[in-house]
Design a protein around this ligand. Structure first.
Ligand SMILES: [Zn+2]
Length: 167
């Protein structure tokens, strides 16, 4: 089976801190706010991830968050060069995976520093699936935790393994 594996370290979200920097459109230093929108650019074997920030006058600044290599031996290898420690978790582009024939995504929870519910975390990290769709997939057994059926409200622990069937 064509599987992609991710390892996640779950941290508290600090993404709402404004960033002070020069806005070339405003012509002065202003505060930029994280829109919580993430953009992905695929370029050959690399995927680039950006956070979209806006100043008060709605000018955009894209912060490059991470670059990660895709589909090396059917695995996605995170690149630590861009400071993985402060980068948010990558969004799972499941539709893109599906188009490439991936049937299952495995996520290993390396560690967790807060309480993360399975359904909430996945709805934040999966592009294109709503929280209720995810809850249904958990109930239908298309999303497993440690190879067993579970509840959407389950709280994740270190060493948990989430399997998502997308094929
Ligand atoms: Zn501006």
């Amino acid at each position: 089976m064509h599987t992609i594996e991710h390892t996640w370290v779950l941290r508290e979200n600090h993404e709402n801190q404004p960033v002070r920097r020069y806005c070339s459109n405003c012509g002065r230093t202003v505060l930029f706010f994280d829109t919580n929108i993430r953009r992905h650019n695929a370029n050959g074997k690399n995927i680039y991830r950006f956070a979209i920030y806006k100043c008060e006058k709605n000018h955009t600044w894209n912060e490059k968050l991470a670059i990660y290599k895709a589909f090396t031996d059917h695995r996605e290898v995170p690149d630590t060069e861009f400071g993985e420690e402060i980068a948010p978790l990558p969004i799972l582009p499941l539709l893109e995976y599906q188009e490439k024939g991936v049937q299952e995504v495995t996520i290993r929870i390396e560690s967790t520093e807060a309480r993360f519910r399975l359904d909430k975390l996945l709805s934040e990290q999966i592009e294109g699936w709503s929280r209720s769709q995810i809850a249904r997939k958990i109930k239908d057994g298309q999303i497993l935790l440690n190879e067993q059926e579970t509840k959407p409200s389950v709280v994740l622990s270190a060493a948990d393994i989430i399997q998502i069937r997308i094929g």
